[in-house]
Design a protein. Structure first.
Length: 128
């Protein structure tokens, strides 16, 4: 049986496909219009159904030339993938750039930016 979101050319596609499936289920059940925290809570309930281990609201160190200069919180770390959630009518460049910066600061190689605010779930795969 093939999984609908697996693309073998993408690193960690097997994991990201299960994260996307969980997010699709959340969006199918709730639809758009809620605050970001509602989608976070629902996704935290749906990820285990995809046999995924995760941590929610994880603090990452921000490094500058190898020195810690601050910390930022990311929505989820799901196994080896960083996940940021938005609840906007549509994603803007700021959300994309912010998520990419968090990905670089975290040291993780792959991230997902998920926007639950639109009629359709928006998904952006990011690589560091």
């Amino acid at each position: 049986m093939s999984q609908p979101y697996v693309k073998t050319e993408y690193p960690l596609s097997e994991i990201t496909s299960r994260i996307i499936a969980a997010a699709q289920e959340v969006h199918r059940q709730l639809g758009p219009g809620f605050e970001e925290v509602i989608y976070q809570r629902a996704l935290a309930r749906e990820l285990p159904a995809q046999q995924l281990e995760f941590s929610r609201e994880v603090w990452i160190d921000v490094l500058y030339k190898g020195e810690k200069i601050g910390r930022k919180r990311v929505d989820f770390m799901v196994e080896e993938v960083m996940v940021e959630i938005k609840a906007k009518a549509e994603l803007d460049a700021v959300a994309f750039v912010q998520t990419l910066s968090y990905l670089k600061a975290s040291g993780y190689k792959i991230g997902l930016l998920l926007n639950f605010g639109g009629v359709k779930l928006e998904i952006k795969r990011l690589a560091n």
